[in-house]
Design a protein around this ligand. Sequence first.
Ligand code: SF4
Length: 373
Amino acid sequence: MNKSSFSSLGFADLAAGENLGRAELARILGATEPAEIEAVRAAAERVLLENCGDGVYLRGLVEASNACACDCFYCGIRKSNRNVHRYTLEADEIVACARQCAEMGYGSMVIQSGERSDKKFIDLVAGAVERIKAETRSEEEPEGLGITLCIGQQTYETYKHLYEAGAHRYLLRIETTNPELFAKLHPEDQIFESRVECLVMLHDIGFQVGTGVMIGLPGQTLDDLAGDILFFRQHDIDMIGMGPFIPHPDTPLGGEPFPDVKDRVRLALLMIAATRLALRDVNIASTTALQALDPIGREKGLKFGANVIMPQVTPQDVRRDYQLYPGKPCLEENAGECQSCLGMRIEFAGRKIGYHQWGDSLHARKRRERTKA
Ligand code: SF4
C-alpha cells in the first residue's frame, strides 16, 4: 500500500467517527493530499444525505442597511470607513424584496444589516417583519415567508420584540471563539463574552440560533477552528454561516498577507465538512465569500456538506455599497438571474432545491419536538 492510499484510509476512518473531539477535528482540518480531502468530503456528504436529505434551502438575502455603529477591524462597512456610501432601505423596499422571494418560491429570507440599536431602525425592521408575515401568506406558504434576522448584538427586549414581530431565526456570527483572537479583531468596547450572552438570550427567547466564524484569520490555528466547532455543539447552534477571511483594503487588517487562495478555499471547505461530521443535523450555508475566491466555491460547499444558499435579492442600486470584503459576487445580476444561475449550480452539485419551504434545521426541529414532549 503506498503512503497516500494509507493516509486517505486513515482519514476515511477518522471522518466516520462519532463524537469527534478537538484533536480529531484539527487533524481533519489539516488534510492536504487530494485523497485525504476526498475521504473527508465523501464522509461529510454521506452524513448530510443520511441526516438531512438532498434538499438545498434558499434564503433570499436583503441587505437592509450598511450603516453600522461598530468598527470591527476586518469589515468593509465598519463605521470608520469614510469610503462607503451609506444607505438604509425603506420598509416598502424591504417588503417588495420579500414579495419577490415569495414569488420565486424561496420560502425564507434573511434581513441583514450593520449593527444598529437605535429605535428608528429597530422599529423599521420590526414593522417590515410584521408586514412580510402578513403579506406573503399564500396557499403554498400559509405561514408566510420564514424570516432570519442578522442585525447584530441587541438587548433582550429588542430581540424579544423582533421575535414577537414574526422573525423566528437569528444569525449572530461570533467570528472566532478564541477570546484572544477575538480581542485582536475588535475594538475594546466589543466584548467576546457579551456576544456569547446574546447567543444564549436568543435561544432563551425561542429563536433558532445561527452563528459562524471566519476561516484563515491571521494568527488562527487549526486548533482554534476545531474549538469553534466544539463551541457550536456546546451552544446548541442550529445553523452555521462561515467563510474564508478576505482582507478588505479599507480596514486595519487590509494589509495582512493573504495566503494562497487555494489553501484558504481548501480550509473553508474542510471546515464545512468537519462541522457536518461533528454536528450532523444542523443547517450549514455555502456562503458567497467562498464564491468570491472560487467561481464554483458555492457548489463545492454543497458537496462538502452545506445545505443552505442565500441568493441576492438586495436592490441592485445599493448592492455595491454592502461589501464586507472585496470581490463580492452577484453585484450585477437581477434577482431572476440570480435565481436561474443558482438553480443550475445546485443541480450541478446533484441536489434538489427545497422550494416553498422554510427549511428549518433538523436540529431545531428535534429540539422543538423534545420541548413539546
Ligand atoms: S462586522 Fe458587522 S458589526 Fe462589525 S463593522 Fe461590519 S457590519 Fe458592523
